[in-house]
Design a protein around this ligand. Structure first.
Ligand code: PMP
Length: 320
């Protein structure tokens, strides 16, 4: 099975790191949508499946079950196809239509949780559904991206190392958070090489990860309705909370000003960078890196759709 998995190894990692034209800062974007299945999440998916196969926890008769907002699910679906084993993702209504279509095409079966949990999100109910499925399906395996230390490890050795190797000096890294695996892995790797670097976590208003009150959110991939375990391992210096409408604005600016067509968490980071440095007196141009964990194609019916954005603006106006 390992051999089958390794056939796609060449399509994972070594993603472009590009400098954006910007006056006050040296900004670099790590374009993770150049990975297999167009997102960063294939890195942990590959690492976790490989370890489980090695340990004998995954065999040809295994069914993989996971809660995913999309990207991790799509990565797992593709790798499970490669391995010719069954995959059952547990999704919720926040998922992009395009992602749902891909998951339905590639998975053995899709489970959709439609009731919001007590925080206003879906995550707690999705996890409950995963536990039920694991009990019902014999020989099932749960990668458990929220708690699996291999999620953290894949980013430490993967994207974290790639960024570290690229720079002699690096001052800031802005990283969107959901399971916390990315920021935990990258922060450890970057602080080893650049002890003075500031790691800035970026989250959406309405996510509870950094103690804010829960609120309905619409952009998948970033934020969570529980505090993920892996966030404890992350070395975080600052947190920027971004409103969804500003995250969308960040996406549009990334595309219009730099030709980077990216997803909601990328726009959140780009907006956070503007906000963070806007009031700061800068003597030198700091070197700032941020991630673009996925591309914009899956967001054409939401973030890049004028009617959808107008409706969100209306909702924000009513509730604020
Ligand atoms: N951005 C996107 C688009 C994602 O899919 C994810 C993973 N859910 C993240 C950011 C955050 O990564 P992590 O779960 O490792 O915190």
């Amino acid at each position: 099975m390992i051999n089958k998995l390794q056939q796609v190894r060449a399509f994972i990692g070594n993603t472009p790191l590009v400098q954006l034209d910007y006056d006050r800062l040296e900004i670099f974007a790590k374009l993770e949508y150049h990975n297999l299945m167009n997102s960063i999440k294939v890195r942990p998916a590959y690492h976790i499946l490989k370890a489980a196969i090695k340990k004998g926890e995954i065999t040809p008769s295994t069914t993989v079950v996971e809660s995913s907002s999309g990207n991790f699910g799509i990565a797992l679906a593709a790798l499970c196809r490669q391995l010719q084993i069954k995959f059952v993702p547990v999704i919720d209504p926040n998922i992009n239509n395009a992602y749902e279509d891909i998951l339905r095409a590639l998975s053995y079966r899709v489970e959709k949780v439609t009731e919001r949990d007590r925080t206003g999100g879906y995550l707690l109910n999705r996890l409950q559904k995963v536990r039920e499925l694991l009990q019902g399906i014999p020989d099932s395996y749960w990668p458990n991206q929220y708690e699996n230390p291999l999620n953290y490890e894949s980013h430490y050795f993967g994207v974290g190392s790639e960024i570290a190797h690229h720079f002699e000096v690096l001052d800031y890294a802005f990283i969107g958070v959901s399971t916390g695996g990315t920021i935990a892995g990258i922060s450890h790797r970057l602080k080893e090489k650049f002890p003075k670097i500031k790691i800035v976590a970026v989250d959406l208003v309405g996510s509870v990860i950094f103690g804010g009150p829960p609120k309905k959110r619409h952009i998948p991939g970033i934020g969570a309705s529980m505090v993920p375990k892996q966030i404890e391992r992350a070395l975080i210096d600052d947190v920027v909370m971004v409103k969804e409408i500003d995250a969308i604005d960040g996406c549009h600016r990334l595309f219009e000003e730099h030709g980077v067509f990216a997803g909601g968490s990328s726009g959140s980071c780009y907006h956070a960078i503007h906000h963070y440095f806007s009031e700061m007196d800068l003597v030198e141009r700091p070197k700032v890196v941020f991630l673009c964990p996925d591309g914009g194609t899956a967001y054409v019916n939401t973030v890049y759709n004028a009617d959808w954005v107008a409706q969100l603006r209306q909702e924000e106006h009513v509730t604020s």
